[in-house]
Design a protein around this ligand. Structure first.
Ligand SMILES: O=c1ccn([C@H]2C[C@H](O)[C@@H](CO)O2)c(=O)[nH]1
Ligand SMILES: [Zn+2]
Length: 296
């Protein structure tokens, strides 16, 4: 368990801190709470669901990596399954500033990578920036999504983003969190296979440049990341960022990476290769294997 998570736990009110401790201290804790855990935490703390989500934001923000801003943002994506997924911003020193991951993207990607079918709300400790509002507008629940902020009445995403530009403006009916299953031929290497699986579930309705990443952590563990496009293009989340979010939230340091594989579609209109390789270099000289796959 990392020190900043422990610090955040110690700064909770005694009642909440005591209730959280068994979950957060467990080796199996992966920065999310099941519906049963959320209701047990509510019972023990006496907080409403909204109050509890706000009270958990410092825990979410403890996952932030902010060498550039030292401004830690925490977010919680609340799934229709009842599970809550934490997320935090991540900055990369020595890489272009555009590579930054916002806390809302982190929490939302976390839920998506865990195959949550839909989000009902996002709770965040600062007002979401325009880029995040646009990122959230891609969700299959964009029309109903509630945003919770400290000291602010709950409002819908629509309140935060009137006259929104979205997938429909580009003639796309698919939305982020709609299940994706793009068929690619299998390969025998398990890590490549994990990256192919991520690519097949990636969301790229605008370019069809499906891509996925798998990062080997040790002999038998890996994390994966999927590409998530956005109608406004720039708020898209590249597959490496998606995988690095999962690495961070599962408690692994970047130094644990032993191998990195990017899977892309052959003859795609764009490539993640050079941007992903540049970040891996900035993170400490990790090399990137790129595998191109053909649609079945
Ligand atoms: O909605 C927002 C706004 C900003 N940030 C992060 C990005 C960057 O790391 C830092 C300063 O902008 O805060 C978020 O995570 N979400
Ligand atoms: Zn943002």
């Amino acid at each position: 368990m990392n020190d900043s998570l422990l610090n955040a736990l110690q700064r909770c009110t005694p009642r909440l801190g005591e209730a959280l401790r068994p979950y957060v201290m467990a080796d199996t804790f992966k920065a999310s709470f099941s519906a049963e855990e959320v209701s047990a935490l509510q019972q023990a703390s006496g907080l409403s669901a909204t109050e509890l989500a706000l009270a958990l934001l410092p825990l979410a923000a403890s996952y932030a990596i902010t060498p550039l801003s030292h401004f830690n943002v925490g977010a919680i994506a609340q799934g229709i399954s009842g599970r809550w997924y934490l997320g935090a911003n991540m900055e990369f020193a020595s890489a272009p500033i555009q590579q930054t991951i916002h806390a809302e993207q982190s929490a939302i990607n976390h839920a998506w990578m865990c195959n949550e079918p839909q989000l009902t709300a996002v709770t965040v400790n600062y007002t979401p920036c325009g880029h995040c509002r646009q990122f959230m507008n891609e969700l299959n629940s964009a029309q109903q999504l509630t945003i919770h902020l400290p000291g602010c009445a709950p409002q819908t995403l629509h309140d935060y983003l009137p006259n929104a530009f979205g997938p429909k403006d580009l003639g796309i009916t698919d939305t982020l969190f709609d299940p994706q299953a793009h068929p690619f031929a299998a390969q025998s290497d398990p890590l490549i296979e994990a990256a192919i699986d991520a690519a097949s579930q990636s969301y790229a309705p605008y370019t069809r440049a499906y891509s996925g990443i798998a990062l080997q952590i040790d002999g038998e563990h890996w994390v994966t990341g999927r590409y998530a496009e956005n109608a406004a293009f720039n708020p898209s989340l590249p597959p490496l960022q998606s995988a690095l979010i999962m690495l961070q939230l599962q408690g692994y340091p970047v130094s644990a990476i032993t191998r990195a594989v990017l899977v892309e579609v052959s003859d795609a209109a764009l490539s993640q290769q050079s941007a992903s390789a540049a970040i891996l270099t900035a993170l400490g000289g990790y090399s990137l294997e790129t595998v191109t796959v053909f649609s079945k």
